[in-house]
Design a protein around this ligand. Structure first.
Ligand code: UVW
Length: 351
């Protein structure tokens, strides 16, 4: 029971980490967990787990997300493209410095990314008045804590119209302040299923973990290798929409046993190299009012579990398998961009 809500959703942990908590299961990634991650560093070898942020290319994966645009800023001096690399001698004849600056316009969830808890909420009657309102993890409210974009900018051609942060609660800065460093544990679904489109429920996940001797403990960050990001790289910024939407494994968010395992395992974050960690159910037009992104609802909305998507896990997975390992030190801070609902990330795995 909190001032913010009277009813908590079924199978949620609202209030468990405090009435105003915005960190969720990352609370379990504490000093002890960082030391457990550090104890996995045996060779000093590290892997960058980010795609180049202009992959996948185009916007067939999600029409609302577009590739980054990088533009140079002109820092004074005469007009002309040659002057984007500015010699400071235009201002001070004795200066030997040449200077570049730039601006990136990027959809924060276009490529390798973290979802914050402000990314997906739900209609839910949190205040107990009999009417469902739009609400997010731990009862934070749409239109109060998380504001609609219309409040912020109606004309995206005017970049500087973005006056206010979008999320005044649950923004990605909460994960940035934590640092997202701890122990990663990798489950190599690709080694068992290849690129076949397969929904992975509880039974399949347990079978793979058992065969590969993977043990997930409370506070671990679970990484699922499906081979999807490797396929994206192969398509070299010109992805085949058919392949984007019909290949590789993903979790089955409609499997109640799997959701219960996520609750019971204490897993701190779930990360995949695929589009959305879960395979998004295709029956969107069903006349039943329920989440269409059920794993997102269970993790982001109900239990404060961050999702990482489109990470590039293949070289790490290959190395871990060759060395009969599945744990590593994971260091994955998002951008410290207050109010952002998601963030690009260049995660580092150290083995
Ligand atoms: C969707 O919004 C569908 O997924 P993601 O978490 O990739 O943003």
């Amino acid at each position: 029971m909190s001032e913010r809500w009277k009813n908590a959703p079924e199978n949620s942990n609202w209030g468990h980490f405090g009435p105003d908590d915005q960190r969720g299961r990352m609370n379990l990634v504490d000093e002890k967990k960082v030391l457990q991650g550090v104890a996995e560093v045996k060779t000093g070898k590290s892997f960058s787990l980010s795609l180049p942020l202009d992959f996948p290319g185009g916007n067939a994966l999600n029409p609302a997300r577009f590739p980054p645009r990088l533009v140079s800023t002109r820092r004074g001096g005469p007009e002309g493209p040659e002057n984007y690399v500015l010699g400071l001698d235009v201002m001070e004849p004795n200066a030997t410095d040449v200077v570049c600056d730039d601006i990136a316009i990027l959809a924060t969830q276009y490529s390798t990314q973290w979802d914050s808890f402000a990314h997906v909420g739900s209609y839910f009657d949190a205040d107990g008045d009999g009417v469902a309102e739009k609400v997010f993890y731990n009862g934070y409210r749409a239109n109060a804590d998380i504001r609609p974009a219309a409040d912020v900018a109606s004309d995206t051609s005017d970049l500087f119209a973005f006056k206010n942060p979008k999320a005044t609660a649950l923004g990605i800065e909460n994960l940035a302040q934590h640092g997202a460093q701890g122990r990663g544990v990798l489950v190599d679904l690709h080694a068992h299923y290849g690129r076949a489109r397969t929904k992975i429920g509880y039974d399949a996940l347990m079978r793979v973990m058992e065969e590969d001797n993977v043990v997930v403990e409370a506070g671990d960050m679970l990484c699922l290798h499906t081979g999807f990001a490797e396929m994206i790289l192969e398509m070299n910024r010109n992805p085949d929409p058919e392949k984007l939407h019909h290949t590789c494994t993903g979790l089955d968010g409609e499997d109640e046993k799997l959701l219960q395992w996520i609750t019971d395992s204490g897993v701190a974050a779930i990360i995949a190299d695929n589009y959305a960690v879960e395979i998004i159910p295709t029956r969107w037009m069903e006349p039943i009012r329920k989440p269409k992104l059920p794993l997102h609802a269970h993790c982001l909305f109900k239990n404060g579990i961050h999702l990482g998507e489109l990470w590039y896990l293949t070289p790490l997975a290959t190395w871990l398998r060759a060395n009969d390992r599945n744990r590593f030190l994971l260091t994955a801070p998002p951008l410290h961009l207050p109010g952002a609902v998601g963030s690009p990330v260049n995660p580092i795995a150290t083995v």
